[in-house]
Design a protein. Structure first.
Length: 263
């Protein structure tokens, strides 16, 4: 694919903006949309983009990026109509932030690897807040718990609250599992739930230290489970049976067969 110039890219975005401007005037559906009415659709579009990214589906990634871009431009258009800001203000603010938070590129700060860049990023964000906000305040409360766990530990680590090596994480995982087992033995449901959460948090932290994204790892495991269970169902169907009529031993054998097929 031929690389397009910045001017051609800007002109393409401009055409979309012109189209949206016209739709806000001439289309009854587009005209009635608000920040509130669009929000749920925006969430859906982002998840559809995530699905395309997980599938590494180039055609769908391109399509879903367009859908997400439309929502970004739509919110900027609504704000412009209210006299608050426009898409140019959004882009200018983003550009200024990127330059400010990359002093190793646009300034004289040294950063030899990605971890140093992340540390500098968090320190600069704190400086922007003048110390009036918590290190963790930038993590959205509405994030799914697994992603939130990763982000809060990542942010804490970027300001020095971190194990010096992986061994500390391993020890913490073992400690939390031991505490969970103790509560299971007591059959205290509320305490078990609390300790189970601590186990998961410690595993997420270990994943971070190992350079593993726990969300991606869990999704990979989900897909693997689905594929293997589908093999059990399909094999049962071909034999004229249903899964609920099979014994656990029969299903385990088919599960192992699915694992062999994967390798």
């Amino acid at each position: 694919m031929e690389n397009k110039s910045t001017q051609l890219k800007a002109e393409a975005i401009g055409r979309v903006i012109d189209t949206l401007d016209r739709l806000r005037v001439e289309c009854p559906w587009d005209r009635k949309q608000t920040n509130t009415s669009l929000r749920s659709n925006t969430i859906e579009e982002v998840y559809e983009l995530c699905q395309a990214l997980m599938d590494d589906d180039t055609a769908n990634i391109r399509k879903e990026l367009g859908d997400v871009l439309l929502h970004i431009l739509f919110y900027a258009k609504i704000a412009e109509e209210k006299g608050q800001f426009d898409v140019a203000d959004v882009a200018d603010s983003l550009n200024q932030k990127l330059i400010y938070r990359h002093p190793h590129v646009f300034g004289n700060v040294q950063a030899d690897d990605a971890s140093q860049v992340s540390e500098n990023w968090e320190k600069l964000k704190l400086r922007e807040k003048d110390g009036n906000r918590s290190v963790l305040s930038g993590v959205p409360q509405a994030l799914p718990a697994l992603i939130k766990a990763y982000r809060i530990q990542e942010k804490a680590a970027n300001v020095g609250f971190d194990w010096p090596d992986n061994q500390g994480c391993w020890d913490k995982v073992s400690e939390e599992i031991g505490e969970l087992r103790a509560e299971v033995d007591k059959a205290d449901k509320e305490a078990m739930e609390k300790e189970f959460g601590d186990v998961m948090l410690s595993l997420v932290n270990l994943a971070r230290k190992l350079g593993i994204n726990p969300e991606n790892a869990l999704e990979c495991a989900n897909r693997k489970f689905i594929s293997r269970f589908n093999h059990i169902e399909q094999t049962a169907k071909e034999a004229g049976r249903s899964v609920d009529s099979m014994t656990l031993e029969e299903m385990d054998a088919l599960w192992d067969d699915a694992k062999k097929r994967e390798s």
